[in-house]
Ligand binder design. Structure first.
Ligand code: CMP
Length: 139
């Protein structure tokens, strides 16, 4: 159903720091059900395609090399009002501006290495989820 799913990635900095379990726990404790989950690694080409919307931004090349620098955990998550509630749980893109208790405040290292991704709309949640998962991998 539209509106009740979002897409997330646990990014290379958070995976490398061993924070995957703690972040998954925060997601579940906030009421998100795991629909799909995969530990994988993006090639530079895949990272570039995933973030193509940012192609003209000055940080794009750095973002692509960072996002392909190590494993990530891709997730589809389900909850009423998933996109907005998940963005509240992760906090502002820049961890310096993120509220206390948010995932980025707790775990992000910088505005780029910001621990997690969360879709910004229902439409992008569907597109991003299908970037990683086939329909048969959505539970
Ligand atoms: P995300 O929510 O995944 O969406 C785009 C990503 O680009 C963002 O998280 C950060 O990882 C990165 N990003 C956004 N703004 C900047 C910036 N000003 N400088 C560097 N990286 C950024």
């Amino acid at each position: 159903m539209a509106g009740n799913r979002t897409f997330s990635m646990i990014k290379p900095d958070a995976y490398e720091a061993g924070n995957t379990g703690a972040i998954l726990k925060m997601m579940e404790e906030a009421g998100f059900r795991i629909v799909s989950m995969k530990l994988t690694r993006l090639t530079a080409d895949n990272a570039g395609a995933f973030y193509a919307v940012h192609k003209e931004r000055p940080f794009y090349q750095d973002l692509v090399s960072y996002m392909s620098s190590g494993p990530i955990v891709a997730l589809i998550l389900e909850k009423d009002n998933a996109v907005a509630d998940f963005r509240k749980l992760i906090g502002a893109t820049n961890p310096a501006e993120a509220e206390d208790g948010t995932i980025r405040k707790l775990f992000a290292k910088s505005i780029e290495a910001n621990a997690v991704h969360g879709s910004d709309s229902d439409e992008n949640a569907a597109i991003e989820g299908s970037f990683f998962f086939a329909e048969t991998e959505k539970f």
